[in-house]
Design a protein around this ligand. Structure first.
Ligand code: SAH
Length: 404
């Protein structure tokens, strides 16, 4: 530690802020060179200590590498913002957020992600749009330190009617930050109606999971809607507030939607009413038990969706998680009618795409069902996946059809 609070003060005469410098190892520098924005604690030689914020980063010879968000308490010490020396002020955030928004131009959605953190080169910043409102997350100590500039940038780039900060993500604990939900600007209602293809649903920005809805599955829901057969029966496991079930109910004769959360199911029921749909049965149950029970009763479905929460929260839990994924997939496959369609996915970062597809193949073999792979998917295009940054590609899905 070579300093502290004092380093952040304006230099004499005032206008410019003197920026603290962090010195990193060759290995740290190589990570940026390879297109990954994180530098870990172990690759930092010299740092300002306990004051998070934006820092200049150099190698040991003093060569400028860029500017980064600095988190003194986190294993991820530095997150690259820019290779340049330009001031990272409110105008910088406005420009960066506006260019992320421009990359989404033409997206036919009322709710979508405008800034996908590392996926948009703005590490630890999430900005979601719900109609005229913005729900944002500041997920690092460095970013929290420049909150006012970021909010000004969001305001100037997107002109929302309100900005809600859903800073209650557990990730903030690693940064030594409090978990809180705060209205930063204007007004954001408790419920915002979202239009998605031919259905509507109510998102809950203040209380719902993530920023109020699972926006990352939007394109997958539309894709499934294209492939779901007309008539017949559909099963939506881990339905949350019915996002897949609503699309299926427009097409199938009857839908069974399953979740352990009574609160989520109640909102699912309201969403069905909003769409005038009366063919969804909401079942509060553990999906593992429900699958066993459906199999025991010899029930069959023309469409099945499996959208579980992340089973592998860490590398250590990978083996157990894979056993869980395989079990639900194998059982779901056995429930398929001939020609039936299964959409299965995993949002565990630790289960990468090839491991996921191996698990699916393994389950198919054990279930005795021949399955045609119709599509391998990820999150929607508003959640860009950078191949150099595997953390941005946490969601993977497979659309399959029972071949006989
Ligand atoms: N498919 C939803 C998102 C699902 S998120 C969408 O597109 O919006 C995962 C859901 O799984 C959560 O709603 C959670 O309540 C539910 N869940 C977690 N464990 C479960 C279990 N064992 N059985 C059934 N539901 C479960």
């Amino acid at each position: 530690m070579t300093g502290g609070e004092g380093r952040w003060k304006a230099v004499e005469g005032g206008a410019a802020l003197r920026q603290p410098t962090v010195i990193v190892s060759a290995k740290g520098a190589a990570r940026w060179q390879a297109g990954h924005p994180w530098i870990y604690r172990t690759d930092v030689y010299d740092e300002p200590g306990d004051a998070p914020g934006i820092v200049a980063v150099t190698d040991r010879r003093g060569r400028h590498l860029g500017q980064a968000l600095y988190s003194p308490k986190s294993e991820i010490r530095l997150r690259l913002l820019t290779r340049g020396r330009e001031p990272v002020d409110a105008t910088w955030w406005q420009r960066s957020i506006a260019s992320a928004a421009a990359r989404r131009a033409g997206l036919a959605a009322t709710a979508y992600r405008v800034v996908h953190a590392e996926g948009d080169g703005l590490p630890s910043l999430v900005v979601d749009r719900y109609g005229p409102y913005v729900v944002a997350q500041l997920l690092s100590a460095g970013l929290e330190q420049v909150r006012d500039d970021v909010l000004a940038g969001i305001g100037a780039a997107l002109a929302p009617e309100g900005i809600l900060l859903r800073n209650d993500s557990a990730i903030r604990r690693h940064e030594g930050l409090p978990l809180e939900v705060t209205l930063a600007y204007g007004e954001v209602p408790k419920v915002v109606e979202v239009v998605e293809g031919d259905v509507r649903y109510a998102a809950a920005p203040w209380t719902g999971q993530k920023t109020g809805a699972f926006l990352d599955q939007r394109e997958n829901r539309l894709l499934l809607a294209e492939h779901a057969g007309r008539g017949g029966r559909a099963l939506d496991l881990f339905t949350y507030h019915g996002s897949f079930a609503l699309h299926l109910a427009r097409r199938a004769a009857a839908v069974v939607a399953v979740d352990t959360s009574a609160e989520a199911l109640a909102r699912g029921q309201e969403n069905a009413t909003l769409n005038g749909l009366t063919n969804i049965v909401w079942r509060e149950a553990n999906a593992f038990d429900e699958l066993r029970e459906l199999e025991r009763r010899d029930e069959r479905f023309d469409t099945v969706v499996l959208d579980p929460p992340a089973f592998a929260k860490s590398k250590q839990s990978l083996v157990r998680a894979l056993a869980g994924y395989k079990e639900i997939n194998l059982r779901a496959m056995r429930l398929l009618e001939p020609g039936g369609v299964l959409f299965t996915c995993s949002c565990s970062y630790h289960v990468n795409r090839s491991v996921f597809l191996e698990m699916v193949a393994d389950a198919a073999r054990d279930s005795g069902t021949r399955l045609e792979l119709l599509a391998v998917t990820g999150a929607g295009r508003d959640h860009p996946e950078i191949v150099n940054v595997p953390e941005t590609g946490y969601l993977k899905g497979a659309l399959l059809r029972a071949a006989d």
